[in-house]
Design a protein around this ligand. Structure first.
Ligand code: GLU
Length: 311
């Protein structure tokens, strides 16, 4: 099946993407964000890529179901689907590059120690207190010994030289957010999301990041990492979250919230797409292409989308 586009992707013209975690079926909020990511990319002549963020929280069969659901709504994508778990060499090379710049250090702290440590003066709330930043070689040896006893690897952290960074978001405007000594590789040896996302977006030529706004506060850190790695900082557009009637983030326990749940309740794909369109102020949408044709990004309601479903 093909779908109309406002313009074909221009070579070298940048790309948008959708990057789901394959932890279960996408709910209506996820699907709405995916539609908007696709629409904004296609509107601006960009390619559109799908990346499966399968470094953890993987549920068997979920990836295939998510791809089917996106296609059913009329979302298409360019090139092969990228799996984050297959990008280890690129993630390791980025860690190496930051290491070569002297910006990586080992951290032996447990989560509890971090929570209990007094925070550094002038540090943003929740920032890593810097416990392991400037240890002596002997202290590092003690830390490594402790990690061996705990059967963990030290986490690797960024030696941040800024405390804030600014990004531009299509809807939120200029956003200044905290940058601390964030984790680059976790104690279980898995690359941290913040680093993987930056490396993988840049490798795919992604210069437009559209996703849910629970990640808006992570954008400054990610843009800063991009800068340190001499990668272009993308344009951001963070879409309000979907919430239930009580105002809590939409979740499985809220009932029939996925495309498949709605189909099982007797709705058609076009009707589900109609709900997504209605949440954007558009009546009568039947496929993502209708949103592509008619939606005005300036009309986006910046409040969370309250999903109120029958059954
Ligand atoms: N995988 C993340 C999620 O499903 C999205 C990450 C991103 O778009 O940067 O919430």
């Amino acid at each position: 099946m093909t779908h109309p586009r406002s313009a074909p992707p221009t070579p070298g013209g940048g790309a948008g993407r959708y990057a789901p975690s394959p932890s279960g079926d996408l709910h209506l909020g996820n699907l709405r964000t995916a539609v908007l990511a696709w629409v904004l990319a296609r509107r601006t002549g960009r390619a559109f890529h799908l990346r499966v963020e399968d470094l953890d929280r993987v549920r068997e069969g979920s990836e295939q179901r998510q791809l089917e659901d996106l296609a059913a709504l009329g979302i298409d994508w360019d090139g092969a689907v990228v799996r984050q778990s297959e990008r280890d060499a690129a993630h390791t090379a980025a860690l190496q590059e930051l290491g070569d710049q002297g910006r990586v250090y080992e951290c032996y702290c447990t989560r509890r120690e971090i929570l209990e440590a007094p925070s550094a003066p002038h540090a943003p709330p929740g920032a890593y207190p810097g416990t392991c930043r400037d240890l002596s070689p002997a202290e590092r040896e003690q830390g490594r010994q402790r990690m061996r006893e705990l059967r963990r690897e030290p986490a690797l952290r960024l030696r941040a030289e800024v405390t804030t960074w600014q990004v531009h978001d299509l809807w939120a405007g200029e956003v200044t957010g905290a940058v601390d000594d964030l984790v680059l590789r976790r104690g279980d040896g898995v690359v941290a999301y913040n680093l993987a996302v930056v490396v993988d977006d840049a490798a795919a030529g992604v210069d437009q990041v559209v996703r849910a706004d629970d990640l808006l506060s992570s954008a400054p850190r990610q843009a800063h990492l991009a800068r340190l790695l001499s990668l272009p900082e993308p344009h951001y557009a963070h879409v309000p979250l979907a919430v239930n009637r009580a105002g809590d983030r939409l979740a499985k326990r809220d009932g029939a919230v996925t495309l498949r749940d709605r189909l099982a309740r007797g709705e058609s794909i076009a009707e589900v797409m109609g709900r997504l369109g209605a949440s954007l102020g558009l009546a009568g949408c039947r496929t993502a292409a209708d949103v592509l044709e008619r939606w005005d990004p300036a009309s986006l309601v910046r409040e969370p989308w309250v999903v109120d479903l029958p059954g």
